[in-house]
Every structure is written in C-alpha cells, then in structure tokens.
Design a protein around this ligand. Sequence first.
Ligand SMILES: Nc1ncnc2c1ncn2[C@@H]1O[C@H](COP(=O)(O)OP(=O)(O)OP(=O)(O)O)[C@@H](O)[C@H]1O
Ligand SMILES: [Mg+2]
Length: 589
Amino acid sequence: MKTIQEQKDNSLNYGKIISVRGSVVDIWFENNLPSIYTLLHSGKDKQIAVEVLTQLDDNTVRGISLNPTQGLARGMEVETDGKELTVPVGKEILGRMFDVFGNTIDHLPPLPEIERRNVHQKPPPLSARSVKSDIFETGIKAIDVLVPLERGGKAGLFGGAGVGKTVLLTEMIHNTVAQNKGISMFCGIGERCREGNELYNAMKKADLLKNMVMIFGQMNETPGARFRVGHVALTMAEYFRDDEHRDVLILIDNIFRFIQAGMEVSGLMGQMPSRLGYQPTMGTELSKLEERIANTNAGAITSIQAVYVPADDLTDPAAVHAFSHLSASIVLSRKKASEGLYPSIDMLQSNSKMATPGIIGEAHYNLAQKIRHTLAKYEDLKDIIAMLGMEQLSVEDRNVVNRARRLERFLTQPFFATEQFSGMKGKEVSLKDALDGCRRILSDEFKDLPESAFYMIGSVDEAREKVNTKTDTSNSKDTSKEDKNTSEAKPKDSTKENTDAAQNKTKDDNNNDQNKLKDAPKENSDEDQTKSKEITKVNTGTDQDKSNDTAKDNNNANQTKSKEITKVNGDADKNKSKASEDKKETVDT
Ligand SMILES: Nc1ncnc2c1ncn2[C@@H]1O[C@H](COP(=O)(O)OP(=O)(O)OP(=O)(O)O)[C@@H](O)[C@H]1O
Ligand SMILES: [Mg+2]
C-alpha cells in the first residue's frame, strides 16, 4: 500500500490552456491553483514545461515556457505534480554536459537514478558566510598584477561585442582548471552553441572533464531556459560546496544574457519596462542569482563571469548592476583590442577589492599603484603627443611615456586559447615574474630595448632574447635588405620577407614570419619613435640648456614653428633622422 506521502507525491493536478502568446502561457485550473515557480507540463507527450510566474485570478495562472511552444493549443490539458524545476546533483554529474532541465546533452549513456534538487534555493545566511580573503592566481600578467582575483570571490569581465571576453575566459579555464583541486563548472547563457561545443572538446582533449560540469542554455533556446540555466548551475555548485565540502570554480559566459532573458520574460509577461527597456525587477533577479555565489565554512564558490556591455557603455543599467556584485571588475577596451594589445584590459578602469596592502602585500600594492600612475600620466599626455609630438615633452614626461609604452606591451600575453590563429605559443606567467618584470621596466632597466621587444612575451627576460634572435635573423637577411632604398616604405620589407619565406615552406619559418608580419606595423612605429627619440636625444644633448631657459610663454610660438618645420621638411626629415642617428652613433662612440 502506498504511504500518504507517496500518494501526495504522485497526485497530479490538471488544468487547461486558455491562451498562448509566444512563450507566455495562461492556464485555467478548477481548484488547487499551482503556486509560483511550479512546473507545469503540457503538449502531446507532456514535453513542454511551463513555469508559473504570476497568478492572474482565482483560477488562472500565467507562466513562461522553458521549451518552444510550437504545438501548444488552447484547450490542451496541462498537468502538474506541484514540484518546481529540479536538476540532478551528485558525483555522477561530473564530466557531463547538461541543459536547463538537467538532461544530459553529450550523447553519453544516461545518468543513473540520483538525487534531484530544486533550482530555487535561498542564498546562505550572512551568519554562515566566511570572510577569508585569498588571492586566486590566473597566470595572466595584467590580471595578477593589477586586478588580483579573490578566491571565493566574483570577478567580471566587462566588454562590448568582440573585444575578447570569451577568449580571456577560455584562457582562465585553461590556466586554472588544471590546478583547481575542486570542481570546475562552465555555464553558457545565451551565447554561441559553437563556443560551448569547442570548449567541451578542448576540455575533453586536455582530460580535464573528469572534474568539470557544463551547463548550457545557449542563444538558440527560449528566454525561459536562458533565464533559469544560471540557477541550474548554481544548484549543482551548491551541492559540491555544501554536501561534499569542495571548492567550486564557476565560469559564466555571459551574465548579461541572463539579464536580457529576464527582460524578454518580463516584456512577454506584460510588465512595464523600466530604464532603457530593462525589466523593473532586474536588480532583484540578478541579486537572487549572484547572492547564491557565496563562501561558507563548508567551501567556496569562486566565479568568473563575462558581462557583455551594450554599445560599450559602462553606464548601462545591466553593467552597473553587475558591477555592484563583483569583487573584481576587469574592463576590456575596444581601443586596446584594435591596437592588438591583447588581453585588451583597460588597466585604469579595472579594479579589484583585493588590491589593498593588507591582502596583496605592501610591495605589490605600491608597485601596482606606480604602474597605474605611470599609465594614467601617459593617458594624460596622449593628447599633447598627438598634437605636438614627443619632442615637446619634458625629459621626465618622455621617460614616463617610454615606461608606460613598455609596460603596456609587457602586459600583453600570448594565450593558449589563441594559439591556432595567432601562431604564437601560449604562455603562463607567475605573479612573481610578472611583478619582477614591471618593477624592472619602471626602473628603466630596459631603456635600450625597442618597445616591440616587450610585445607578446611571457617573463621580461624574453624581451632580450627576442631582440637577440631578431638581430640574428636580420643579420642573415641583411644582404638583400641593404640594396633597398631606405626611403621605401617598411611594410614592403615585411611583405618581401614574407614572400622570401614563402619559398622555404617549412612550418617553422611560416610561423616566424607570421609573427613578424604581426609585429611589422608596430615595429615600424616603434622604430620611427626611437628615431625621433634619438633626434631629440641628440638635440637635447646640445639644446637642453637652451630649452630649459626659454620661458614657457614662448612655448606656443616654438611649437607652431616646429610644426611648420616638420611639415615643410616632410620626407627630408627621414633622411635627416638617419643622419642624426649616424651622428648619435659617432657621438656615443
Ligand atoms: N588574446 C587574444 N589574442 C588574439 N586575438 C584575440 C584575443 N582576444 C580576442 N581576440 C580576437 O577577438 C575576437 C573576439 O573575441 P571573443 O570572441 O573573445 O570576443 P567576445 O568579447 O566574447 O565577443 P562576444 O561579445 O561577441 O561574445 C577573437 O575571435 C579574436 O580574433
Ligand atoms: Mg563571447
């Protein structure tokens, strides 16, 4: 005989569809109106799940469908067991890939019968939270030095379309998942299915799946599914934290799509939109999700979330709300991406609550502040440089610019995630090496090296190696270069090198040349810069006193003069600069 509880569990309640509008379904129940968040099933094979979101009157509820509503019709029967959305939890889910219903989607044998848990859970109470602050190293220089992440904290990668959020997130997965002793989870919300697939295969290949769980509600799915998939991931994460006492690293791409799905749901439900068309309940919805990402004495949930920033506008309500939940915000800038300075982190806009002397240590803190000051000063000087050129800067300012440009390049890094299309081998750099590099650059140890030497390297010592190998290869190619007229555009040289190399069809050569091609435009500008620097050096050698003497009032007149001169001289300047280089050499010797 069945117990009362079992009878209760199996008792079904039936209703009838009275309207279907897109994903929104209204259902009539004669009695026992289902409560909010109850899952209802309808359709021919009861394959369509609808979650109750509002109760319209004594007999009618309105819900949002988690599947496409194709095939639903008015009058169709709806059944419910009164339960909310549940997903499987347990050790068995490791290495598997799930959808919003907790169904496996990796074409492997189905899961055994295991515990299922409601996806709507409360965040842990304040008294249960732990407040330990530890650093979470990522092996990415710019992040570890300037925006250290918190173990058990929430970090956000903010950026507009195509500035490298997914690539950076993938790189972090690569660098951290292998060392992460706990569980890693990836939750794809409203992004490309292809990316999910690629990540799954990459993880499988690297044999990292065994400690990983993946959950996807990608852009092809209904707003209801995208709205709930984050909760699914957190429910699974909470199981590992609370029941198995393990640390969990959860990566989300992209939390903005969660907000966007909420906006769609809210619109479909007929709620009045709020600012910029967002749902009036955005703040509540986001905190319901974000607050569950918390550390307790049982374990920690560390999360790294990509946040799409609509129209690159960081004051967008979605971005602003997301900011307020995070302990570290990494802002990616389109300008940096367009200059090829990847990862395109805007060091001045990014910040981390960990970056305080008490947590990262006095020395690291001071160094990070110094880097920020240098970069900020360079940012201020950029306008002057653009209008008047480097020559008009004081010697001190010029030094700041040189340091800042070297730092900017040193903080780029070749990624494992981009090996295939950049042709450069990925590099992971320890915090110690990264700090050491920044310190040495700031103390002008590498003044003699061109800026390009710092571009896409790992630790700072590679800069010298890069210069040495470059001079070696350029020496071997010198014979062909020397006949060329120097006034010829340099990019031509690089294309020529390329065609030369194309004849030697070995793979290595091709790779090298790809790098060169990438470096070429930069090198040119760098070389030009160093040339102009040299001119100014030579000049300052003789004119420094003079220029110091000239009153500041005269500056404007001088500037316009020098501008005119540079205009008139045009190409001739190049030859001059060559000559001055020679001059400088003789002076040096
Ligand atoms: N570290 C990097 N090195 C080289 N190229 C990069 C790097 N990061 C990003 N890119 C380039 O930028 C492109 C877009 O990157 P990504 O897909 O990560 O952007 P996204 O911010 O996730 O965009 P979306 O908002 O569309 O999802 C990449 O395909 C790649 O060409
Ligand atoms: Mg992306």
